[in-house]
Design a protein around this ligand. Structure first.
Ligand SMILES: Cc1cc2nc3c(=O)[nH]c(=O)nc-3n(C[C@H](O)[C@H](O)[C@H](O)COP(=O)(O)OP(=O)(O)OC[C@H]3O[C@@H](n4cnc5c(N)ncnc54)[C@H](O)[C@@H]3O)c2cc1C
Length: 281
């Protein structure tokens, strides 16, 4: 290994970013498996001691989650029901040890097509705060994760935090479900997440539906969202899901599942989700 540095505040972090090319380290749950059997020669910048990078806060317009906030902190935080999708995703990232070390920033920077956090954050319309020597810039999550293991981060930039705009409407709910080849500790074959905003008389004012692990990057199903706008959740909504709403997906065939299986599973998970909405109080 080259140099190892663990800055203890934002100023020290920013000055280190400008100093040289680093490999960043947060919880290490993606990083350490990636160096097994290799000789690591990179200089490592450990992000975990910078207080501004960690924790959950709220102002009038946004919730903010610092990049090195762990999945267990998100899982256990007293969020409103709007965050149920992200909280359920946090509960399903690996087991307890992975949730205690793994961070939300590491998940989106690793940018795996099967990253549970990306699918849930896309439904929340999240924005990514990026810190570099020039200060902070903000990108919507769909412009941040741009491909399989590819992000919009430039040289000397890190993810600083994630902003989640507060929902409009009388009540808002979140949803997340993942399908794997066994119940626990799985890499997702398909993930479905959503945010649903309702009027007092249970009509849909805003809905965002995302599917993960069925394309290079998680996708929003805009056509399905359009078909549901204005509907009451007490209608028989599951029949609203049509094959053409999933045309945007491009799942792969691999050892874990065929593309056809993934598509069928996504359709049936979406139908189950819409039927569950009728039970929301
Ligand atoms: C056994 C096991 C089970 C797992 N199960 C799941 C699962 O079910 N679902 C799932 O989605 N993932 C899973 N993962 C993957 C991993 O735990 C998550 O992606 C986790 O959120 C990564 O966070 P981390 O802090 O450990 O990232 P790290 O390993 O520290 O970093 C990951 C990558 O992101 C970069 N990075 C980290 N933080 C930043 C930052 N703030 N700015 C810029 N770059 C940064 C690092 O340089 C590295 O390239 C699993 C991993 C293991 C080992």
């Amino acid at each position: 290994m080259g140099e190892f540095f663990r800055p203890e505040n934002r100023d020290a972090l920013v000055s280190a970013l400008s100093r040289r090319h680093w490999r960043y380290l947060a919880g290490g749950t993606d990083y350490y498996p990636s160096i097994v059997g290799k000789t690591e020669t990179s200089d490592i910048l450990d992000l975990t001691a910078v207080a501004e990078l960690r924790g959950i806060s709220e102002d009038t317009a946004y919730w903010r989650i610092g990049a090195t906030t762990s999945w267990s902190e998100i899982r256990d935080y007293n969020f409103p029901p709007f965050f149920d999708g992200l909280r359920l995703a946090a509960k399903e990232v690996g087991g307890m040890q992975i949730q205690a070390s793994g961070t939300i920033g590491g998940n989106i920077c690793n940018a795996s097509p099967a990253a549970d956090g990306v699918t849930a954050l896309l439904a929340l319309d999240a924005e990514v705060e990026i810190l570099g020597p020039q200060g902070i810039r903000v990108l919507p999550i769909d412009q941040f994760v741009i491909g399989n293991r590819r992000t919009a981060l430039k040289e000397a930039e890190i993810v600083y935090g994630i902003r989640i705009p507060k929902p409009a409407g009388d009540s808002a709910f979140g949803y997340f479900k993942k399908l794997g080849s066994r119940r626990y500790l799985v890499i997702s074959l398909v993930m479905v997440s959503a945010v649903l905003c309702l009027t007092k008389d249970r009509k849909i004012t805003d809905v965002r539906i995302t599917v993960g692990a069925c394309s290079e990057v998680a996708c929003r199903l805009f056509q399905l969202e359009k078909a549901l706008a204005g509907a009451s959740i007490d209608e028989n909504l599951e029949d609203a899901v049509k094959a053409e709403h999933l045309a945007i997906l491009s799942p792969i065939d691999d050892v874990r599942a065929s593309a056809e299986y993934r598509l069928q599973a996504a359709q049936s998970m979406l139908r189950d989700m819409l039927s569950e909405w009728g039970q929301y109080e």
